[in-house]
Design a binder for this molecule. Structure first.
Ligand code: HEC
Ligand code: HEC
Ligand code: HEC
Ligand code: HEC
Length: 459
């Protein structure tokens, strides 16, 4: 933790990504076993009353001081969240120096009272949906992820109603299902219509957001274990499935933001939060532009942040080839519409969003084989050697893609010790190459990505 805190002290745009050093330890040594098929349900945030963290932490339920495992549940979830999970501090960072500075630069009064901050830094439900023990200062509390407990608490405590029924009838959020988890986490970690993040907020000093569903699910200190009892109650999906579904949802959310962008308040500029940050923000002493077939754009032109798009292309080429052609052409068209004035960006963004949504549906139920993962790993690596993933944000996604695939293969027992060690060595090089945004070198990164492919035995 202290290492992460230390890294956070830096200025936002030059901040080394300290989380990745921690991640190497977490991702590579934890072992969740591989699983079968994922299901999806469409759940919308409920209007149920949020009873507050104290309600969950009270008594013996989830507030134990140590693991007192009962019915498969750890019972010390509160402690894990309170002590180790950054979500518990999401509100208090608003009162820190950086939070105060951002709020002062924006002129919005205290950040702890600003809706535009609280929507992501707390469980900001309306006053009428706050129970007696609800405290906004709890930050991103249990119910911000698990859903307001008003209806599900009773049957949940009674133990007589199964998990599926609580989800279906009582407003418990299905955090185990990839598409639903993606929707939940990306809402705050990428932004959407109810969690609005802008370049103005970034310009005021907010850190750049980066996210990958599988990797961040791993970094979040686990307050649950996946064992036989868990498997009976819930869906256990492959790590790589969270990765794949997260890419589809990430692209869908980004382009829906682009489609809704009204060019308001930015003069001639579109909303820059949708664009590749480093396209404008890297030092001129570090020249790194490369030609990229997928954008069709020349040098000196900012482009939308297509890191998720690049990943989804490689996934779709393998898993949903019939849709991959229209995906490729829509991505290309959106680049030209946004950055070269050819075509209607909102129209193309909507079409691309629909394609990403459709592919996401396929990925949520696809059973990824060893051969799929092998091919996707090589395809992801190729995107960094052919220039497509030459951006910093894309390199970050490539690295997390490698981590997700290697982790899934290893959890399923598909890698021998020597291969695993070699892959880990390559992955380490990738993490090394993305440590610093400002001095990021795509040529060095491509060499690191190559080390990963060389360590991968042919299938
Ligand atoms: C779309 C959701 C979203 C909005 C809106 C948002 N934030 Fe954040 N904020 C985040 C996320 C996610 C992180 C963590 C970034 C990471 O580590 O990847 C973060 C990080 C931060 C940090 C750094 C925390 C740390 O541990 O160093 C501060 C400070 C902060 N936000 C303040 C604000 C303020 C002030 C506002 C309102 C003007 C605001 N945020 C609005 C999602 C949001
Ligand atoms: C940032 C989102 C998030 C927050 C905040 C959060 N959880 Fe979770 N929780 C998850 C995810 C993801 C899982 C794993 C998927 C699943 O089992 O549904 C999970 C699983 C669980 C489980 C399931 C264990 C099992 O064996 O079925 C319990 C119990 C739980 N959380 C309790 C809590 C409590 C209590 C809090 C607050 C102190 C909390 N959670 C806060 C996301 C969150
Ligand atoms: C209500 C908004 C919200 C939701 C939902 C949410 N997060 Fe977060 N998350 C945040 C904020 C804000 C921070 C930054 C807190 C800080 O730095 O103090 C954060 C921080 C994190 C971090 C720590 C990152 C770091 O820099 O070390 C991880 C990991 C994370 N979230 C994973 C997840 C996952 C996985 C989910 C979905 C299961 C999720 N989050 C859902 C708002 C949210
Ligand atoms: C099209 C170019 C462009 C893109 C893309 C862009 N920015 Fe900016 N950014 C600017 C400009 C111009 C400024 C204002 C600089 C000034 O005030 O001197 C700025 C200011 C900032 C600042 C404040 C810098 C300071 O010195 O205080 C931050 C932080 C920032 N941007 C972050 C981001 C992030 C994060 C992204 C990606 C989500 C991003 N920017 C995308 C052009 C861009």
């Amino acid at each position: 933790m202290s290492e992460l805190n230390l890294q956070r002290a830096g200025k936002s745009m030059s901040q080394p990504r300290g989380r990745y050093s921690l991640l190497l330890l977490v991702v590579l040594f934890l072992s969740l076993a591989h699983a079968g098929q994922a299901q999806t349900t469409s759940v919308t945030a409920t209007a149920d009353v949020h009873l507050g963290v104290a309600t969950c932490a009270g008594g013996p339920c989830h507030g134990a001081a140590s693991t007192a495992k009962k019915n498969g549940v750890l019972q010390n979830e509160y402690l894990t969240w309170q002590v180790h999970d950054k979500h518990a501090r999401a509100y208090s960072v608003l009162e820190g120096d950086v939070g105060k500075r951002i709020a002062a630069n924006l002129g919005i009064g205290p950040a702890t009272e600003a809706k535009q901050c609280l929507d992501c830094h707390a469980d900001n439900v309306p006053a009428e949906a706050r129970g007696v023990q609800f405290k906004i200062s709890d930050g991103v509390g249990c119910e911000a992820c698990h859903g307001g407990a008003q209806r599900w608490l009773g049957p949940h405590v009674s133990g007589h109603v199964d998990h599926a029924a609580l989800v279906k009838d009582d407003g418990l959020y299905p955090t185990d299902l990839p598409a639903d988890r993606a929707k939940l986490c990306l809402g705050c970690h990428l932004g959407d219509e109810t969690h609005v993040i802008t370049h103005k907020i970034m310009g005021a000093g907010h850190p750049r957001l980066s996210f990958e569903l599988q990797t961040f699910s791993q970094i979040q200190p686990a307050h649950y274990v996946i064992d036989d009892i868990y498997r009976k109650r819930k869906t256990v999906s492959q790590g790589v499935q969270f990765w794949a579904v997260g890419q589809a949802m990430g692209l869908e959310k980004l382009v829906s933001g682009i489609a809704a962008d009204k060019h308001q308040g930015n003069g001639v500029f579109p909303e820059l939060v949708f664009f590749d940050c480093q396209a404008c923000h890297h030092p001129m002493s570090n020249l790194r532009w490369q030609k990229r077939a997928s954008t069709g754009l020349g040098p000196g032109i900012p482009h939308f942040n297509d890191a998720n798009a690049i990943m989804l292309r490689t996934i779709a080429a393998r898993v949903a080839p019939e849709m991959s052609k229209s995906l490729d052409s829509d991505i290309h068209a959106l680049h030209l519409a946004l950055s070269a004035g050819e075509g209607n960006p909102a129209e193309i963004a909507k079409r691309l969003g629909a394609t990403a949504h459709q592919i996401g549906g396929v990925l949520a139920v696809h059973d990824f084989t060893k051969a799929d993962m092998h091919e996707m790993l090589l395809a992801v690596a190729k995107s960094s050697t052919n220039g497509d993933a030459s951006d910093y944000a894309a390199a970050e996604q490539v690295t997390m893609a490698f981590a997700s695939i290697i982790y899934t293969l290893n959890s399923a027992g598909d890698l021998d010790a020597a291969t695993y060690a070699a892959l880990k060595g390559g992955l380490n090089q990738c993490y090394g190459a993305i440590q610093k945004e400002d001095s990021y070198d795509p040529v060095k990164f491509a060499a690191a990505a190559k080390a990963v492919t060389q360590a991968m035995p042919s299938s």
